[in-house]
Design a binder for this molecule. Structure first.
Ligand SMILES: [Fe+2]
Length: 208
């Protein structure tokens, strides 16, 4: 694997969509993981837009970049083992994007500091969006967690941990959607569009 990004000091702004895709390409992220990440970014931006419209202050460029880069180390961890969230966070931080690194680090487990979900942050947004996407399909949380149990619940302990995550995600979802008029299932309407399509307007979600 060749890395063309020189070590840099702190970058001032979030990389745009094109730059994120370039980074994924340079880290040899396979196309199916890129497509998954684009769908997670699409959910992130759409839901983030609805939340922003409800008055929440969110940096959507930061959240979008976090969503696009969240699985940058997934293939590395499949091939060599290890924690893809921690490894991905290190990669992204080393490129000069520590805030995005934090989103990547916490995209699987939020960590205890968010247990009360009193603040919906870019970290929370991407963590939730990732749990709504199975491969490239937007699904309900229950579907996604059933799939996780099928794929990763090989021991009782792993199944217990997935169930804890499921309960946390459902609380998180309730907290997010109590701010909105829409139901969580409105996001499933994004399946009408290709994962790489970014909707500048979220009006599609208002239509049944
Ligand atoms: Fe993911």
């Amino acid at each position: 694997m060749s890395h063309y990004f020189p070590p840099v000091s702190l970058q001032r702004s979030s990389p745009d969509r094109e730059t994120c895709l370039e980074i994924l390409c340079r880290y040899d992220v396979p196309s199916h993981i890129v497509a998954h990440s684009q769908r997670v970014a699409q959910v992130t931006v759409t839901l983030g837009g609805l939340l922003a419209r409800s008055g929440l202050c969110l940096d959507l460029a930061l959240a979008e970049a976090g969503a696009l880069l969240h699985d940058i180390a997934k293939m590395i961890s499949i091939e060599r083992g290890g924690d893809h969230a921690a490894e991905g966070a290190e990669i992204v931080s080393s490129l000069g994007f520590p805030e995005i690194g934090e989103i990547v680090r916490r995209h699987v487990h939020l960590g205890r500091e968010d247990d009360d979900f009193s603040r919906i942050t870019e970290v929370v947004l991407v963590n939730y969006a990732d749990k709504r996407v199975r491969h490239t399909e937007v699904v309900d949380l229950e579907d996604r967690f059933d799939d996780l149990v099928d794929r990763y619940g090989i021991t009782a302990e792993k199944r217990r941990r997935i169930q804890l995550l499921r309960a946390q995600a459902l609380r998180q979802e309730a907290h997010i959607f109590q701010r909105l008029r829409q139901d969580p299932s409105c996001l499933n309407r994004l399946n009408r569009f290709e994962p790489h399509i970014f909707l500048e307007e979220d009006t599609c979600l208002l239509q049944p």
